[in-house]
Design a protein around this ligand. Structure first.
Ligand SMILES: [Zn+2]
Length: 496
């Protein structure tokens, strides 16, 4: 009896952790400073020169940076987190919170999905958008390749508003994908109004990310302005050589919009190549048109820039570029592309197809990575061919901060932590501050680096040693603890 009682008392004592001797970068943008951090239970209770106390679990952070946990602003972990709640590929990057429900697709209704995450217990904190495509699918069913009627638009707007009232951050759209691309601007404005009234924002994989990217950005600005809500451009990129060099223009537009009351932000991943379906090379969606394919391939620099990441119909083509396949088969590049589209029509298990396309300029990407209005994301798919899935955050720290000096370490950390936390209204997260939730990353600034490549897309990064989520270590000296302390972060404040 007495032993049981003693056990109970020990268990009910919140754990106390002291992170000693590290360079604290608090996430606000302030300069690094030498300090200790004490965590009791889920919260940071003190920062300063602290002495260990009896019962403290001490983590030595000598030579290391101690920062708030990273926030992945555009994540696809909703594809698998419930079946693999430890999320090793994410925590190894220092990610402690993932924003899901992106590109127009989300679990529906959101309140039930949130309960599933809470019942399952997952490592990461999650917050979610409600998907435009998902809601459109609910209302229009199979007959979705058309404009919605006014009554249908009203219904979609009502549902979107309800999802935001139930804790979604806002409305996400994927306007290059089915079924989202059939949604008109006015439909999105109507849904945006409803979402904005409930305190949410609009986030979008826009209608175009290459030749017509400027037009697509105009559409996003229109939806934000007419819908009276803030907006975020998902995984911003300029994916066509014809429009390279426009990053300063886009950033200036974002700044100008803020002056007139519309707050526009963006997220970006640190690679000059994207992953999607080969179909997005053809804006007209007329895949039989050889001229369109020639133009599409030319825009991204030719068939050597298109790598087939996954290909169900013929695994021998996997990992090869269209140029290589063309040479292997003796077919011209356009015929190869057309064959891929035909062989994967309708989708399904053995009809998978993804391409990795090198189509961005380093100069534009550097501008986006340095901009204080742009946060970071992975946008990666498990099993995909793109290394962003396992490498984005360490790559920023290793390549863009340490090797290339595109931005300072303090600024990079701000863009990974307090900036997204403020943008999405996360309360008491995103900074190392007394009273804040203890989402913490400890990494070696001299070592941190991504190791994932298109050949080995899920290779783990190096240099990230310890990660704590809500005060619980999920990565200890580089090893996952398999603990699942993540929480669902519901929107509770009005976002701007
Ligand atoms: Zn997307």
């Amino acid at each position: 009896m007495l032993t049981q009682l003693l056990t109970l008392i020990t268990l009910s004592q919140p754990s106390s952790i002291l992170i000693q001797g590290g360079q604290v970068i608090d996430g606000s943008g302030s300069r690094a400073r030498l300090a200790d951090v004490r965590i009791v239970g889920q919260k940071i209770t003190a920062i300063g020169h602290l002495k260990p106390r009896a019962g403290d679990h001490v983590i030595s952070a000598k030579g290391m940076v101690v920062a708030p946990g990273f926030i992945d602003a555009h994540s696809h972990v909703d594809g698998w987190l419930l079946s693999d709640p430890v999320a090793e590929s994410q925590i190894r990057q220092g990610i402690t919170t993932s924003v899901i429900g992106q590109d127009g697709g989300s679990a529906f209704p959101i309140k039930d999905a949130f309960k599933r995450y809470e019942a399952r217990h997952v490592a990461l904190n999650i917050a979610s958008f409600a998907g435009h495509g998902t809601i459109r699918g609910k209302v229009l069913g199979k007959d979705y390749k058309r404009n919605a009627t006014p009554a249908e638009v009203a219904k979609m707007a009502r549902i979107a508003g309800q999802e935001v009232a139930d804790g979604a951050l806002g409305l996400s759209s994927g306007l290059e994908y089915e079924p989202g691309r059939f949604g008109s601007t006015s439909e999105l404005v109507a849904m945006g109004k409803s979402v904005g009234q409930k305190g949410g924002i609009y986030i979008s994989h826009m209608r175009n990310e290459d030749n017509s990217v400027l037009k697509a950005i105009d559409e996003l600005f229109t939806i934000a302005k007419q819908g009276h809500l803030g907006a975020q451009i998902s995984h911003i990129k300029i994916g066509s050589a014809r429009v390279w060099g426009k990053a300063p223009e886009i950033l200036a537009k974002m700044a100008a919009a803020e002056k007139t009351g519309t707050y526009i932000t963006a997220d970006v991943y640190p690679y000059t190549y994207w992953q999607s379906t080969i179909r997005v090379l053809i804006e007209t969606q007329d895949y039989s048109d050889r001229k369109q394919w020639e133009k599409g391939l030319e825009d991204i620099g030719g068939p050597a820039h298109v790598l087939l990441g996954n290909y169900g119909p013929n695994p021998a083509w996997k990992g090869k570029t269209i140029a290589e396949i063309s040479q292997m088969t003796g077919k011209d590049p356009v015929s190869v592309c057309q064959e891929i589209v035909q062989a994967t029509a309708g989708g399904g298990k053995d009809k998978e197809e993804t391409v990795v396309v090198t189509a961005m300029s380093d100069k534009d990407l550097d501008k986006f990575i340095a901009s204080p209005r742009i946060m970071f994301c992975t946008d990666g798919q498990r099993g995909g061919a793109h290394p962003r899935y396992a490498g984005s955050f360490p790559r920023i720290l290793g390549v863009y901060v340490r090797e290339r000096h595109v931005l300072s370490l303090e600024s990079a950390i701000r863009k990974m932590t307090s900036f997204p936390a403020q943008r999405f209204g996360f309360q008491r997260r995103g900074q190392l501050k007394k009273g804040y939730q203890a989402d913490v990353v400890i990494f070696d600034p001299k070592k941190v680096l991504d190791k994932s490549t298109t050949k080995d897309p899920e290779a783990a990064p190096v240099g990230i040693e310890d990660v704590l989520i809500n005060g619980v270590p999920v990565l200890e000296q580089g090893k996952p603890t398999c603990k699942t302390p993540g929480q669902v972060i519901r929107r509770v404040v009005r976002l701007r």
